[in-house]
Unconditional design. Structure first.
Length: 379
């Protein structure tokens, strides 16, 4: 079962492997690495291979549409809910609720990721946001207090929910425990439906008046409903076509649909709200600093704690990535619905996917180097 699940991420995995091998070459790879890069490049789809480029291009297109074709942008705005749904739904078709039974064999690991994801992460990002957006940047005169509050809100939205799709890719690239990763992903998918609106109300509600009902509706619409449809669709397809057809035919198609939905949503969102970036271009690096710090602090903290608890490299790195990756699709969905009157909040959440891929690849590289050092000591 676990081997089949790993195949379901084949399309995205090839894209990430392309970047990872290229990174390895740039950091001292050899001729064998270059050959692997060439082989993987030949198999990649053009969307996966250049995802970061397409995101930037979509932002530019959206900004141009907002400036020169405002009427068209307004008409496309009705497609945002569809795009958001299709961004999250494909990931949910990879989830098998039956895997919850396996958690009985991994109680301590589930407890660890639950502790870090729901007792540490939201408050860590809240603290980083407070330090940068309440103290440091305003003190240096680099940001106004009002803008700082909006970016702080976007940062919190990125922190309240763990990632549930590409986290298995990072685990696989870092040679982690894939079977454990699937169990942890299922639990994260269910827990965050309950915790996300509560944490937003607890943290964002301390300085901005929010509608908890609207946030709850957004979570149910863009997380609960895709989870329900994804699980039902998965079971029906396996019943009619079999698991092999699902993993090798349908899920690769869904992965492409997910990426296209992301790109479409980017275009429409920036055509409607992109003026915020034109007026405040510095918000990109201002958001990037605390996000990058968060990733590196948390990943190394989880690795340190789990290793001290006696877990091997494979389990430690798996728990590290499941505690570090953020559900930026859900953050964008909530920002566009529950915080629609605050466009800078929505735009700030887009910084998440722009930063997450290169940072997580760097963490993969560091994890593998750490594994090599462990093996050298043992040897």
């Amino acid at each position: 079962m676990y081997a089949d699940e790993e195949y379901s991420y084949h399309q995205i995995n090839r894209f990430v492997m392309y970047i990872f091998i290229y990174l390895d070459i740039m950091l001292g790879g050899n001729r064998k690495g270059r050959q692997a890069l060439s082989e993987n490049e030949a198999k990649l789809g053009w969307i996966e291979k250049l995802l970061a480029v397409w995101i930037v291009l979509c932002i530019v297109i959206g900004l141009a549409m907002g400036k020169y074709l405002p009427d068209l942008s307004s008409n496309l705005g009705v497609g945002i809910p569809i795009g958001l749904f299709l961004m999250i739904y494909p990931a949910m078709t990879k989830i098998e609720l039956g895997e919850l039974r396996e958690a009985l064999k991994s109680k301590r690991q589930v407890a660890i990721i639950a502790f870090f994801n729901y007792a540490v992460n939201p408050f860590l990002l809240y603290a980083l946001g407070w330090a940068f957006f309440e103290k440091i940047l305003p003190y240096l005169g680099l940001i106004t207090p009002e803008t700082a509050r909006f970016l702080w809100t976007g940062l919190i939205l990125l922190g309240v929910a763990p990632y549930i799709a590409m986290v298995l890719v990072w685990t696989d690239l870092a040679k982690g425990n894939g079977a454990l990763g699937i169990v942890l992903m299922v639990w994260n998918s269910i827990i965050q439906i309950i915790t996300t609106p509560l944490y937003i109300a607890l943290l964002v509600g301390t300085y901005i008046t929010i509608d908890i009902t609207l946030i709850g509706q957004s979570v149910l619409l863009y997380l609960g409903l895709p989870l329900l449809f994804g699980v039902l669709n998965r079971r029906e397809v396996i019943k009619r076509k079999g698991a092999n057809w699902l993993n090798h035919r349908l899920l690769p198609y869904f992965s492409k649909m997910q990426l296209l939905a992301l790109l479409f949503t980017m275009i429409v969102m920036f055509s409607l709200k992109g003026g915020v970036i034109i007026d405040n271009p510095n918000l990109i690096w201002q958001m990037a600093i605390p996000i990058v710090l968060f990733f590196f602090i948390l990943f190394n903290l989880v690795d340190f704690v789990t290793r001290r608890m006696g877990y091997n490299y494979e389990d430690s790195v798996t728990m590290g990535f499941h505690c570090t990756g953020r559900n930026f699709e859900l953050a964008i969905a909530i920002a566009l619905t529950a915080f629609a009157s605050l466009p800078m909040v929505a735009v700030s959440t887009v910084v998440g996917p722009l930063i997450e891929i290169p940072v997580m690849l760097t963490l993969v590289w560091l994890a593998l180097r750490r594994r090599d050092k462990i093996r050298m000591k043992v040897g």
